[in-house]
Ligand binder design. Structure first.
Ligand code: TXA
Ligand code: MG
Length: 335
């Protein structure tokens, strides 16, 4: 029988039972899934190479794909980097805690397994009371990729984590559904000017308000999984639910299929199972992965996503939709 994950409900109050227990499991070298404002992370003590290796095993993630270190505040971030340029400081002051990850030169004490052998490290300060309470209770950086099996859709609820990871995780902290719904924006300050490596709900325009010359993400190049990826959009694997996803222009009639559309598109006759998302980009991002997970769990044969607006604010959503649909633009190894 498959071992089931242990789940504890938490709200993020200091000293809460679930948070204390999670810190105990982590300090003993275990894996704990916890909510952030973006998606659930699969955490291990980030300075413990053996613990971090367990993350890669549990996800089936290639050792060539580095993971993010989560810290409680800017001071915590500075302890895991060797260089902290002015641009990093400005971005951190403006957007942390929040859905922004900064890639900088790594400090010597960060184990190379975290960075997949690169000389850089990705670090962020999550804006979620449970993640914050946990980081403060543990007192060390937590390495945490999204808590999904490699190439599958990131989890936005504890239930998604349990279904995807099963007993491969020692404890799941259930803090309810996440607010942002897609992964953080990733920006490298190793280059000058800084460059966006993965789009997120903090768009390039917002970043440019504090660092005017930030470069938008380079067009993805497809590489194999045989070497460390200099940036995240580069692995020849898809990032998708277990069923085929395609983008369509209007609600199709699909027997046995699933459809994801926006409120303003409802009304068309279809025999598909329909999941309706809000018309605004923030609401759409918040609900997208849940809709994909639900349709997958129901057992639909395919998922048709009605193309959302090609408008400012929707860039990161388009990035994830292309990855899910596996178009040539969307190959990715973010896992
Ligand atoms: O919102 C998020 O970022 C979530 C939550 C849990 O914090 N985490 C997340 O982690 O999405 P993950 O591992 O699924 O995606 C991290 C991405 C990967 O594409 C990885 O290649 C990239 O960040 N990355 C990590 N370290 C890097 C580095 N040193 N240089 C370039 N890219 C890096
Ligand atoms: Mg991921």
């Amino acid at each position: 029988m498959v071992r089931k994950a242990r789940v504890m409900r938490v709200s993020g109050e200091p000293g809460e039972e679930g948070v204390v227990e999670a810190a105990r499991v982590l300090n003993a070298g275990g894996l704990v899934a916890f909510p952030t404002e973006t998606v659930y992370g699969l955490g291990a003590v980030g300075l413990d190479a053996d613990a971090v290796r367990k993350i890669f095993e549990a996800k089936g993630r290639p050792a060539t794909n580095p993971v993010i270190l989560h810290v409680a505040d800017i001071e915590g971030a500075k302890r895991v980097v060797a260089e902290w340029p002015e641009a990093a400081q400005r971005l951190a002051e403006r957007f942390w805690p929040g859905p922004l990850t900064i890639v900088a030169k790594k400090a010597a004490e960060v184990p190379s397994v975290v960075c997949a052998g690169l000389d850089t490290v990705a670090v962020r300060v999550p804006d979620h009371p449970v993640a914050q309470a946990l980081l403060r209770e543990v007192g060390v950086p937590l390495a945490a990729p999204s808590a999904n099996p490699y190439t599958r859709v990131s989890p936005t609820t504890a239930e998604h984590v349990v279904r995807g990871m099963g007993g491969a995780v020692d404890l799941v902290l259930d803090g309810g559904p996440t607010a942002v719904g897609i992964e953080s924006t990733l920006v490298s300050v190793v280059e000058d000017p800084p460059v966006v490596l993965r789009e997120g709900m903090i768009g390039v325009m917002a970043l440019r308000e504090v660092v005017p010359d930030v470069q938008s993400s380079p067009s993805p190049v497809v590489l194999g999984d045989d070497r460390a990826h200099p940036s995240p959009g580069l692995a020849a694997v898809h990032y998708s639910p277990g069923v085929p996803v395609r983008l369509v222009e209007e609600v199709p009639d699909l027997v046995g299929g699933g459809v994801i559309c926006r409120g303003s598109e409802v009304g068309a006759q279809t025999r598909a199972t329909v999941r309706v998302l809000p018309d605004d980009a923030e609401g759409y991002a918040r609900g997208l992965y849940s809709a994909l997970h639900e349709l997958e769990a129901i057992g639909v044969t395919e998922i048709a996503v009605v193309a959302p607006p090609r408008a400012p604010g929707w860039e990161a959503i388009w990035d994830r939709l292309r990855r899910s649909a596996g178009s040539e633009e969307g190959d990715d190894g973010q896992g």
